[in-house]
Design a protein around this ligand. Sequence first.
Ligand SMILES: [Cu+2]
Length: 189
Amino acid sequence: MRIKALSAALIFGLAACGGDEPADQPAPDTDAPAADQAPAAQDADWFQVDEDAQTVTIDLVAGSSNANNYWNYNGLYGGDGEITVPEGFTVTINFSNQDPGMGHSVGIGEAQATYPASYSSPEPVFEGGMSSNPTSMTESTMPGESETITFVAETAGEYALICYVTGHAANGMILPFIVSDDGSHGVQM
Ligand SMILES: [Cu+2]
């Protein structure tokens, strides 16, 4: 909302003034990042990079809070928490499930504008990049269980960490997952 309002003010100002008095500027909002500047990537305590070893370790907890009816990863859902890892790095995801009531899963899939309600037999985009029985409500990673997956982020692009249990991805249980070709890494919180 704020970005739209600011853009409208600038456009109005350009169209209306033509060099006369400047349009009124909105008061600076010290809490918000500048409109033309994305927040800097930062490392979260659950995201570790070893540049020398070329490894990334992600501690990923399904249902770490009751946000989104526990259908979240580390409390994040609906497109928040974009993860970036460098191309070629080996990624280990220590996946656990703290949702008291439901199984969850995680796999690396292609980023999509919207995610389907159900998956029949999903394949990870990188070999090894998916937890076991990922679509099953009874045999995926169940409450209290954990599983570690490891894969090489072989190809730069835009992907997502996806929960393949029916209905979960469609309801926001995804994290954007970027493989960068410039060595950048981090988490946009
Ligand atoms: Cu889930």
